[in-house]
Design a protein around this ligand. Structure first.
Ligand code: NDP
Ligand code: HSE
Length: 447
């Protein structure tokens, strides 16, 4: 039996150099636990002299990734390059040679997951991706293995470290969005293209992966409703706080109640319509997720057998992400040693009739901030439109202003379908007394 596995790494940046450093620290420990030595044979980078968070021994480095993938001595490959073009080529090249691949690339999986999983199966090997979701939190393993005996009815995740870092510092320090984003980039949390983070797409990729694993049908990223955090201002954060809430970019995966029909077998969710979305959400300050701050991520999972569970940890950064890669390296090395490449397939479709619900049909409570003229009749006009749409108001705040000037008007709305609320708000925004585009945020009750 094989006691040593040779690893070829492609990419030696934030995550890649973190993996090199982590192997230098703990490869021996991992061998003593698993009986297999993971030997780092080669690291391909783009430019040898590029500064990197941890040094990589020059003797291991090359700029020729193909030589690494094709080297017959190299038995498994990491793709830690990022993006979806070169990364796809690298992953397919290694899989075609029957070599297992470990990736941290959620954008790649989101765009090409089904193709890559099929290639792994065709060539008798596997694709491992623990590091692609929530950095150091072993959430993929939890969903695939720890909760294999559960129906996942609800999953709420703070899955983007950069956005959580920005929202936390805006709330706690009153910091400015652009300054905090620059800090997140300097610390290696942000994607090479930071709009992936702040516009919600990185969270979309991750939530799509978690939803697919939880519900057994591959979720097309186009079906996921996404809002980022660019439109969140300090005033929204302050009013939310005054009302007892914290704004978090939340990924939500939830079986809609309408899908729970009596005709279905107990515990079954066959044909379920599932909410899969990412948007800034008002989380009650008393809920544990409201207190997940800075770069930390957390995933709250409710299973029909286990009940409520919570996973918490660093969602980005060189060391936390390296930890998840190490876990995959061991799985891949053990699968090579015991010739069990399909012990845990990368994705096992088991609920082909499931579907993502339209956001218009998703029901929640809402926070609305309007900028209105402080003139007689303003409130009456707005409440009439909401009343006609059968949308209830649960509270109203309007700070004292000067007559005729613009003032913020905050409305908390009772439960209503998203489509109904956005239509009413579109009518409200056309009133002459409404001076700026309304801000609409959803409120989560976690019921
Ligand atoms: P970096 O930009 O820091 O690193 C990318 C690496 O790829 C660099 O070492 C670069 O080389 C190398 N590279 C680029 N082009 C080539 C090429 N043609 N041949 C060989 N190597 C090449 O990215 P990250 O480490 O931050 O991210 C890597 C992946 O991990 C991404 O998919 C990202 O989404 C994911 N991820 C990142 C996390 C984080 O906190 N940063 C957390 C979780 C996942 P060179 O160094 O010479 O420029
Ligand atoms: N840019 C990502 C984040 C890295 O901020 O969460 C981890 O996937």
């Amino acid at each position: 039996m094989m006691d040593q596995v040779n690893l070829g790494m492609i990419g030696g940046g934030t995550v890649g150099s973190g993996v090199v450093h982590a192997l230098q620290q703990n490869a021996e420990l991992m061998t003593s636990r698993t009986g297999v030595l993971i030997r780092l044979a080669k690291v391909a980078v783009k430019a040898l002299d590029e500064p990197r968070p941890y040094p990589i021994p020059r003797v291991l480095m090359t700029t020729d990734w193909q030589a690494v993938v094709n080297d017959p001595q190299i038995q498994m490959v990491t793709e830690l390059v990022g993006g979806t073009t070169l990364a796809r080529t690298i992953v397919l090249a290694a899989l075609r040679l029957g070599k297992p691949v470990i990736t941290a690339n959620k954008a790649l999986l989101s765009a090409h997951g089904e193709e890559l999983f099929a290639a792994a199966a065709k060539h008798g090997t596997n694709l491992y991706y623990e590091a692609s979701v929530c950095g150091g939190i072993p959430i993929i393993k939890a969903l695939r293995e720890g909760f294999v005996g559960n129906r996942i009815t609800h999953l709420y995740g703070i899955v983007n470290g950069t956005c959580n870092y920005i929202l936390t510092r805006m709330k706690l320090e009153g910091a400015d969005f652009d300054t905090v984003l620059k800090d997140a980039q300097a610390q290696g949390y942000a994607e090479a293209e930071p709009s992936l983070d702040v516009d919600g797409h990185d969270a979309q990729h991750k939530i799509g992966i978690l939803a697919s694993l939880a519900h057994g049908f591959w979720v097309n990223p186009k079906d996921i409703y996404v809002e980022g955090i660019r439109h969140i201002s300090r005033i929204d954060i302050q009013f939310a706080d005054r009302l007892g809430y914290t704004i978090k970019l939340l990924g939500i995966i939830k079986i809609l109640p309408a899908a729970t029909t009596k005709s279905r077998k107990p515990g079954s969710t066959a044909g379920a319509r599932v909410q899969v979305s990412v948007y800034p959400t008002l989380v009650p300050n008393t809920h544990v997720l409201a207190n997940v701050n800075h770069v930390f991520n957390a995933v709250f999972v409710r299973g029909n057998i286990v009940g409520d569970t919570l996973f918490y940890g660093r969602g980005a950064g060189k060391d936390a992400t390296a930890s998840a890669v190490l876990s995959d390296l061991v799985d891949a090395a053990l699968d090579l040693k015991f010739a069990t490449p399909h012990r845990i397939p990368p994705f096992a479709p088991h609920e082909k009739a499931g579907a993502v619900a339209r956001i218009e049909d998703v029901v929640s409570r809402y926070f609305v901030r309007l900028s209105v003229s402080d003139v007689p009749g303003t409130l009456a006009r707005i409440t009439r439109i909401l009343g006609e749409a059968r949308i209830g108001i649960s509270s109203v705040i309007q700070p004292e202003g000067h007559e005729g000037e613009s003032v913020p008007l905050i409305l908390m709305l009772h439960t209503a379908a998203s489509g109904t609320v956005t239509a009413a708000l579109s009518t409200i925004s056309k009133l002459p007394v409404v001076k700026a585009s309304p801000v609409l945020l959803r409120v989560e009750t976690f019921e």
